[in-house]
Design a protein around this ligand. Structure first.
Ligand SMILES: Cc1cc2nc3c(=O)[nH]c(=O)nc-3n(C[C@H](O)[C@H](O)[C@H](O)COP(=O)(O)OP(=O)(O)OC[C@H]3O[C@@H](n4cnc5c(N)ncnc54)[C@H](O)[C@@H]3O)c2cc1C
Length: 407
């Protein structure tokens, strides 16, 4: 299935993201605050930005989205929208300081997938949920919407996850994996921690229960499902791991013979050029297939591939010789050796599939004496260390974080 043809408007270019940002900016104040919780279905997501596919690939950065919104609205008028953008930075920082939780998710997913091989009842219920054939009309609708468009409204994600866990009794990791295989904005931190939050594993003991009346109200009575679980007892799980320090800026110099490595977690490399990087060559790492042990939807892979190629084309004058797009770290080692590189510089990738791929690449480059440098951008360096506790403590820092950005 071709991503652009299937979802008109979800074009994986920075230009398309900027157009969407411009059309959303007037709504980011009062309209967003009042109406953002309404899920009006495909074609009706007009009260939210639907910018997440571009933001999660950083075709647009969080900072420039905030700048555009705050050029039009006061921080107070746009408070709700600003907070949502910072939720993303908060989840990222939380997981950076507790990377074990990504490993736990991957191990839990592996165990759940093993169970589906021996437990036919579970396998059938999981298959029905993924295919949108549970008989719960709202849930089935969202499963289809996700598979067909690569997007779900935030409220639908919450209801869907809650029904998956508490009504259908399916392992949450299988649901998080279903999302990661189909969401254009699939993101290790927001997705894993969003599912854990619904399940009561993130804010310990506090779960999210999908209620028929709430669904009816916020879908404007398109749905009022019956048979939903009446309660949501929290799942059991280990305590949060001990918090590590947030990552710091690596010592690096632009002087050695450098290659630029683009990847789907951060496609705004301008901060590297501003730091003096003058690459002789550029290549792209596509790690989309690593989002799941199962097959990632073509819609998702196509969006990431298009976003990578768009970025290479935009920066072709500064990026050096084009070394192509690769999924296999071994191909990137060959590229680096062919180009005689001393170092590869890639924007920092937060905990998740791209970082896993970069770790593999770094290990493979080691014997050849080629370094992999991963500089962080200012926004992440500023935000992440504040994700020490819950979002409410982080939220208090938002004025300070905005001031550091010049607002
Ligand atoms: C179970 C579950 C899974 C989720 N999985 C993902 C995921 O894989 N990737 C992802 O980007 N978001 C995820 N979210 C968060 C949120 O649902 C989406 O970011 C949001 O719906 C994207 O739509 P939008 O761009 O129209 O959002 P808007 O409401 O317009 O918000 C603007 C931006 O703020 C950020 N944002 C908004 N809400 C959240 C939130 N709750 N958490 C983190 N960032 C937020 C996003 O970058 C978003 O693009 C998940 C939420 C839940 C409950």
């Amino acid at each position: 299935m071709d991503g652009q043809a299937a979802t008109p408007g979800l074009t994986p270019t920075r230009t398309a993201g900027l157009e969407r940002l411009q059309s959303f900016v007037p709504k980011a104040g009062g309209e967003y605050a009042r109406l953002r919780n309404y899920d009006l279905g495909p074609g009706g997501h007009v009260h939210v930005s639907t910018l997440s596919p571009w933001i999660s690939h950083r075709l647009l950065t969080e900072a420039e989205v905030l700048d555009a919104v705050l050029a039009r609205h006061s921080p107070r008028a746009a408070e709700k929208f600003v907070q949502e953008v910072f939720w993303r930075s908060y989840w990222k920082g939380w997981l950076e300081m507790r990377p074990e939780v990504w490993g736990w998710y991957r191990a839990g997913l592996s165990a759940a997938l093993d169970r589906t091989k021996t437990e036919s009842g579970l396998r059938q219920r999981w298959a029905d949920a993924c295919a949108g054939q549970t008989g719960i009309d709202a849930f089935d609708h969202w499963a289809h919407e996700l598979a067909e468009t690569g997007y779900l409204h935030n409220h639908a994600r919450m209801w869907f996850a809650s029904i998956w866990i508490f009504t259908l009794g399916l392992p949450w990791e299988l649901g998080a994996d279903f999302f990661l295989r189909h969401l254009l904005d699939g993101d290790a931190a927001s997705n894993t921690l969003g599912w854990r939050w619904v399940a009561g594993l993130q804010t310990r003991g506090k779960t999210y229960l999908a209620r028929p009346d709430n669904i009816a109200k916020y879908t404007q009575r398109r749905f009022r499902p019956t048979g939903l679980a009446p309660s949501a007892p929290p799942l059991a799980g280990p305590d949060h791991p001990a918090r590590r320090p947030a990552p710091g800026q690596p010592e690096w110099s632009a002087a050695p013979r450098s290659g630029l490595l683009l990847h789907e977690d951060d496609l705004s490399p301008d901060f590297l050029f501003e730091a003096g990087l003058a690459p002789v060559a550029q290549a792209r790492l596509q790690a989309t297939a690593r989002r799941s042990p199962l097959t990632v939807a073509p819609l998702v892979s196509d969006f990431a591939a298009g976003a990578l190629d768009d970025t290479a084309a935009r920066w072709q004058d500064r990026g050096g010789a084009d070394g192509g797009r690769h999924a296999d770290p071994a191909a990137l080692v060959d590229w680096a050796r062919r180009e005689g590189l001393d170092q590869i510089v890639a924007p920092y990738a937060p905990v998740g599939p791209v970082a896993d791929a970069l770790d593999d690449l770094e290990a493979a480059l080691g014997p050849h004496g080629i370094a992999l440098i991963r500089p962080l951008r200012a926004h992440d360096l500023r935000c992440w260390p504040h994700a020490t506790h819950g979002f409410f403590r982080f939220k208090d820092k938002i004025p300070q974080l905005l001031a550091a950005m010049g607002h």
